[in-house]
Write a protein that binds this ligand. Structure first.
Ligand code: FAD
Length: 478
């Protein structure tokens, strides 16, 4: 009898232990993906992530087809769809790689119960995290709340296993009915806002592998110092690929370690350690999400429940559309809107600007990112927003308020990043480009910039906003 391989956030053939186990069995396999927007507690994907999912499924279907395996698509509550399919094909077993978002894990538990009740076997595997949250416990037996000890403890464990190769020969069952991907409406039609995405990204396992190779050749060298520079392509841009499991953290971890041993492209131990630490931030975010299933909606530190957030729809809109009058903020928000991605340093700056300069609840920002990021991730996004807002575990303290002008000058010293995303400012010199509102009128005129016409005047004054944020914080101090 066939084995059902249920693909979810693991849209790859290599280092896919569930697929490898099924391919090594006696029976044929049936590969299935279920678009589940109905099971209770699941958060529907945002627009940008839906676009990515479509491309990723198309790539997976192509890669499976090359091995003679059709990808079966079904839509609806997973427990129902999986058990129907088991019945249709007479499967004896269902296999999958585990998910760690508590809402998704609850769905998986339900599916496992339904199958067990019908005498169908279930086998599940570790593939999405180097270490599962339940395996990471402090000396007193509790979960970690601080990153550095978490990192140290993770690195002290036996080295993560080596990645598995993609299975060579796979027997499969033909003729199983499938939805058509086009009928799922995952991609925009009119307006087609994804044109900018297509020019930057190639969803799927092959795209992920190329991205990793390019990073090892060109980006990893110097990563420890250049990773904060949005004007350079010094980070891996693997985040959406990791989000959808087109590449596994095991593959990335070992490739980076190997690059050090091989001295590839002048890579140093420091570069690799820093990069591995970033991968471990991803692990830590899932560890936090496992502790607080409402990480995207509930303050990790409850004292923030009393924070006097402002409701200001027009300021929120200006932030979303990159019209705050602070170039580094606006460049980031425009990069996000156009490409579905933003550099990490700039994510920190724009998020800080929303929650501190505009005093808008971090959850508004989290929701906007959820809808517009191709890498929108239930753990990383929520944990990072809480980190910036100061409400999270081991968070940046709220009173540390970024000055967006100085952040711009430090991390985009020539203004190349800002000028790329805000062409109206391209003729301003490096000394003015991050502070057009402070630029003498003659210089502005020479650069062809009229504030309020070509580029907005600032929404708030930095000093005033800073005082206001500190006063708001004082009202909740314990
Ligand atoms: P690299 O520097 O090449 O890092 C490699 C990988 O490590 C990344 O692909 C990512 O999987 C992981 N990683 C790196 N930094 C972090 C971090 N700070 N926290 C958790 N994992 C990290 N990342 C997401 O994947 N999805 C999100 O929805 C998301 N939302 C964010 C929201 C805010 C407000 C902030 C400040 C950060 C957010 N991040 C998110 C984290 C980080 O910005 C991105 O992971 C990173 O910019 C992705 O680029 P990269 O792949 O080039 O990273």
């Amino acid at each position: 009898p066939p084995t059902l391989v249920w693909f979810r956030d693991d849209l790859r053939l290599a280092d896919n232990p569930a697929l490898t186990a099924a391919a090594g069995g006696d029976g044929p396999i049936v590969a299935v993906y279920v678009l589940d927007e109905e099971s209770p507690g699941l958060r529907p994907l945002g627009g940008a992530a839906r676009w990515w999912l479509a491309g990723s499924l198309r790539a997976l279907a192509t890669d499976l087809r090359a091995r003679g395996v059709p990808l079966v698509l079904r839509r609806g509550p997973a427990a129902q769809r999986i058990s129907e399919l088991v019945e249709e094909v007479g499967a004896a077993e269902v296999v999958w790689n585990r998910r760690y978002d508590p809402a998704a894990a609850a769905v998986d538990d339900t599916v496992a119960d339904v199958l067990a009740a019908r005498g169908v076997g279930v086998a599940t595997f570790q593939a999405a995290l180097l270490v599962e949250p339940a395996q990471m416990r402090t000396k007193t037996g509790g979960p970690y709340g601080v990153f550095t000890p978490f990192l140290r403890a993770l690195l002290a464990l036996p080295e993560p296993r080596f990645p598995l190769p993609a299975p060579k020969a796979v027997r499969s069952l033909a003729g199983v009915p499938s939805d058509r991907l086009e009928d799922w409406d995952l991609e925009p039609t009119a307006p087609d806002w994804a044109a900018g995405f297509r020019s930057v990204w190639r969803p799927g396992e092959a795209g992920a592998g190329d991205r990793l190779t390019a990073f090892l050749d060109e980006g990893l060298k110097g990563y420890a110092t250049l990773r904060d520079r949005p004007d350079r392509t010094s980070t891996s841009r693997l985040s959406p690929h990791l989000r959808f499991g087109e590449i596994s953290p095991f593959q990335v971890f070992h490739a980076a370690r190997h690059a050090r041993e091989a001295g590839r492209g002048g890579t140093t131990g420091q570069d690799v350690d820093k990069f591995v630490a970033e991968l471990v931030w991803r692990e830590f975010a899932y560890h936090l999400l496992a502790q607080n299933p409402r990480l995207a909606t509930a303050n990790h530190q409850p004292r923030f429940d009393a924070f006097p957030w402002r409701s200001d729809a027009s300021a929120l809109h200006a932030w979303q559309r990159g019209r705050t009058g602070y170039p580094i903020v606006d460049a980031g928000m425009r990069e996000l809107w156009t490409t579905g991605w933003m550099h990490n340093r700039v994510r920190m700056v724009v998020a800080s600007f929303l929650v501190k300069h505009l005093l808008i609840d971090w959850r508004e920002g989290e929701r906007w990112f959820w809808d517009t990021l191709v890498d929108a991730d239930p753990a990383n996004n929520a944990a990072s927003w809480q980190w910036v807002a100061g409400s999270g575990a081991d968070a940046a303290p709220y009173f540390r308020i970024f000055n967006p002008v100085l952040q711009g000058e430090k991390f985009d010293p020539d203004g190349a990043y800002v000028k790329h995303w805000i062409p109206a400012l391209r003729r301003l010199g490096a000394q003015h480009v991050h502070r057009p509102f402070d630029t003498p009128p003659l210089e502005l005129a020479a650069a062809g910039v009229t504030l309020g016409r070509d580029y907005p005047a600032p929404l708030v004054d930095h000093k005033v906003a800073r005082e206001r944020a500190l006063a708001a914080l004082a009202t909740i101090k314990t």
